[in-house]
Design a protein around this ligand. Structure first.
Ligand SMILES: *[C@@H]1O[C@H](CO)[C@@H](O)[C@H](O)[C@H]1NC(C)=O
Ligand SMILES: *[C@@H]1O[C@H](CO)[C@@H](O)[C@H](O)[C@H]1NC(C)=O
Ligand SMILES: *[C@@H]1O[C@H](CO)[C@@H](O)[C@H](O)[C@H]1NC(C)=O
Length: 412
């Protein structure tokens, strides 16, 4: 009895999926948000979901530093299938757009140092109407393993929502039994009113909590609001091997300004979110690419403690978000949600930022302001653009040999 109690005391409060994967939030690129279900390669040769798009993207990710920065999963979302299974009931990739099949895609990606992510759906059909896995779970997991898939995103269209609580764990069990380690991305809670997060965190590496992101500030803003309003329920489930997923990065597409793109990168890293770009990397503008490749911000997202940050303060459309990091530092984002007007001065005390009272060296993660020091008896000031962010890392100051007073207030 003693021994059992001791063992129980050593277990984390929520059991994570024991496949050793996604110990930090997965990063990569996924087709959906930008390329949707574009299947007409005659009309849209550079945008259709195809072998060409995947190879071209992987080539760019390798040559332009995305893989180096950590974006290592390359994923095909919906619309890669033929409309019917073959005679042995196996899934068939679209014969024109994936002429060499999926194993060839896996090989291509692996040879370049990437991992292969692929979409399916737990229901009778995928969201866009292609064959889903329901009734064919075992054969499909086997097929994915044979194609050397490393990551399965399992959506939840065309399925009885009440069946998800047993269906998603069952599919995960088959994935485990396949013997191939594959990250398990579940859309399970996004379809339910009262998700059982204990079970979800035990069976999935990551899970989509809420609505799909669209290419707009209003969509991004609504997702931020949802994550803030539900943080008391969901944040505790995030940790190594299990992540809340606010959906893809839309940075570099049509809908966000440069300031708004900085907001997404900052808040996603505070949330310990999976970072999946969905953008045409062949045409992305350099200033957006720079945001996606910001190493300091990626390091915050990938912090080994894996503790999801929170919105700690909000008033009149201005907000402060804060995340504790493994080295005792804090990432703090000041967000101005108003998309009109002039830059707004925001002021914050230790209490408001949720920071232990001590002296910090403050680094601007977008390198717009110079480093400064901030200590007890101070108020922190910063000036934030409309629908913009100021994003800082507060690093506890160890030595006392710097005259912090001289750095005390910022240029505002
Ligand atoms: C899925 O297909 C089965 C078999 O045809 C059917 O009984 C079931 O109602 C379908 N479920 C949904 C949610 O469409
Ligand atoms: C299957 O689950 C066991 C026990 O949780 C784990 O040790 C093993 O690594 C898993 N294998 C795969 C391929 O996920
Ligand atoms: C802060 O956010 C909550 C939840 O979104 C909202 O209900 C509340 O009105 C906000 N508070 C202020 C002062 O804006």
């Amino acid at each position: 009895m003693m021994i059992i109690l001791l063992v129980l005391a050593l277990l984390p409060f929520t059991t994570a999926l024991q496949n050793g994967l996604a110990l930090t939030p997965p990063m990569g690129w996924l087709t959906w948000q930008r390329f949707r279900c574009i299947t007409n390669c005659q009309k849209y040769p550079s945008e259709c979901i195809s072998e060409d798009l995947i190879k071209r993207t992987a080539d760019i990710m390798l040559s332009e530093g995305y893989l180096d920065a950590g974006y290592n999963y390359v994923g095909i979302d919906d619309c890669w299938l033929e409309k019917t299974r073959d005679k042995r009931n196996r899934l068939v990739p679209d014969r024109e757009r994936f002429p060499n099949g999926m194993k060839a895609i896996g090989d291509y990606l692996h040879n370049k140092g990437f991992k292969f992510a692929l979409y399916q759906d737990y229901g009778n059909k995928t969201c866009m109407g292609y064959p889903g896995v329901l009734g064919y779970e075992a054969i499909d997991v086997q097929t994915f393993a044979e194609w050397d898939v490393d990551y399965i995103k399992l959506d939840g269209c065309y399925v009885d929502i009440s069946k998800m609580d047993t269906g998603y764990p069952y599919f995960g069990k088959l994935m485990n039994e396949s013997g191939r380690p594959m990250v398990y991305s579940c859309s399970w809670p996004a379809y339910q009113k009262k998700p059982d997060y204990d079970s979800i965190a035990e069976h999935c590496n990551l899970w989509r909590n809420w609505d799909d992101i669209q290419d707009s500030w209003s969509s991004l803003s609504s997702i931020m609001t949802w994550f803030a309003e539900n943080q008391d329920t969901i944040a505790q489930y995030a940790g190594p091997g299990r992540w809340n997923d606010p959906d893809m990065l839309i940075i570099g597409n049509f809908g966000l300004s440069l300031d708004q793109a900085k907001v997404q990168m900052a808040i996603w890293s505070i949330l310990a979110a999976p970072l999946f770009m969905s953008v045409d990397l062949a045409t992305i503008r350099p200033e957006f690419k720079e945001i996606l490749l910001n190493r300091d911000i990626i390091a915050i997202d990938q912090d080994s403690l894996g503790k999801q940050g929170l919105r700690v303060w909000n008033k009149s459309m201005t907000e402060i978000w804060s995340r504790e990091l493994s080295d005792g530092s804090y990432a703090v984002a000041f967000v101005n949600r108003r998309d009109d007007g002039t830059p707004t001065v925001m002021k914050a005390s230790f209490e408001v930022m949720n920071l232990p009272e001590q002296t910090y060296k403050v680094q601007d993660l977008y390198k717009e302001d110079e480093d400064r020091f901030f200590g007890p008896d101070g108020e922190f000031y910063t000036r934030v653009n409309p629908s913009g962010v100021k994003y800082f890392k507060f690093v506890p100051k160890i030595s006392n040999d710097v005259e912090e007073k001289t750095y005390f207030t910022s240029r505002i």
